[in-house]
Design a protein around this ligand. Structure first.
Ligand code: UD2
Length: 311
């Protein structure tokens, strides 16, 4: 059993990660500011005696340091972040504070208090609009948003810490994550969360472009498992790895799956492609398999069926 400190514990990926850690018998200290996370996401976890939750902001001076000093965890999984690419365009300063400055605070707390391992929520956004298919970790970072730039900068910062101070750092480049608890609030939220809400409400969806665009949609259950592996598996090296399925799914296929479950909902409408939209994005999952022993297990159709079944 290990003791793991999870920042962003009440978020979409954080809450699933906490639940899987607890199910595996680990002790978990969670931190969340509830800026975008929700206490309700932790309803199951909060019933477990092995879970403690602290409501605080990781970007505030001294906060993480004090919590890490008190908890002395075996690993930190740092998921607290500004999670919207769109918000990073509107508020680049806040993006810097939450996605770069806070990472430095976490890294420094880990160094000062001898935490042996740090897992970081990175993103396929660091690849920007690279046309390489499939995207592999050797493709240079060429972010096209403040969000992607901050994730790329933080990866470099953390890997520098790993080389300098001997802790193990894992940067997890999540692709298009989907699943229960993803927030559909903005038009720029993940497309599956938006489609799920609209089909449930009996409204049709809008497909921007011809629907032939493809993404590497990875279930949040797989992503949480990748986090658990990165934090707890013995003998893994520092490094970056795509967290993806290695498979492409088109938007048309996603819509067809929803339409099968909701035959009464009006047909999808088509609108002009969004400016700046990339057509195809898919990662290779080889490195995560080799270094973490991680392989995605949830087919997109199963993940969609799970979402649709939820009350
Ligand atoms: C991600 C970012 C986005 C931008 C982009 C850059 C997220 C959620 N989105 O978008 O902000 O940085 O990367 O490459 O991190 N779509 C529809 N109908 C809808 C909503 C979306 O057709 O109602 C399309 C959208 O135009 C795109 C696809 O669905 O072609 C996937 O959209 P997404 O925002 O879920 O993910 P992505 O990778 O395009």
């Amino acid at each position: 059993m290990s003791h793991i400190l999870v920042t962003g514990a009440a978020g979409f990926i954080g809450s699933h990660t906490v639940e899987q850690l607890l199910a595996a018998g680990h002790r978990v200290t969670g931190i969340d500011s509830f800026r975008t996370g929700h206490r309700a996401n932790l309803a199951n976890a909060l019933r477990e005696p092995a879970f403690a939750l602290h409501e605080t902001d990781v970007a505030a001076a001294g906060t993480v340091d004090a919590l890490v000093a008190a908890a002395r965890p075996d690993a930190v999984i740092h998921l607290a972040a500004l999670v919207s690419v769109q918000e990073s365009m509107l508020h680049p300063d806040l993006n810097y504070t939450l996605n770069v400055h806070a990472v430095q605070l976490v890294a420094e707390a880990a160094r000062r208090h001898g935490v042996p391992r740090l897992v970081f929520a990175s993103s396929a956004a660091i690849y920007g609009d690279s046309p390489v298919l499939p995207l592999h970790e050797g493709v240079p970072a060429q972010p096209i948003s403040p969000y992607g730039a901050a994730k790329a900068a933080s990866e470099v910062l953390l890997l520098g810490y790993a080389r300098s101070f001997g802790l193990t750092v894992r940067c997890q480049r999540y692709f298009n994550v989907f699943g229960p608890r993803q927030d559909p609030a903005s038009p720029y939220s993940g497309v599956i969360s938006i489609f799920n809400r609209r089909y449930r409400e009996g409204r049709g969806v809008t497909i921007y472009g011809d629907g032939g665009q493809t993404r590497d949609f990875v279930s949040v259950h797989d992503v949480a498992r990748a986090n658990v592996l990165a934090a707890t598996r013995a003998g893994i090296p520092s490094g970056v790895a795509n967290i993806c399925t290695g498979r492409a799914t088109s938007l048309r296929e996603v819509v067809a799956e929803f339409a099968r479950h909701f035959p009464a909902v009006p047909k999808a409408e088509f609108a002009a492609a969004r400016p700046g939209d990339i057509v195809h994005s898919r990662g290779t999952a080889i490195l995560a398999e080799r270094e973490l022993g991680f392989q995605a297990q949830v087919p997109v159709a199963d993940g969609l069926a799970e979402l649709i079944r939820l009350p």
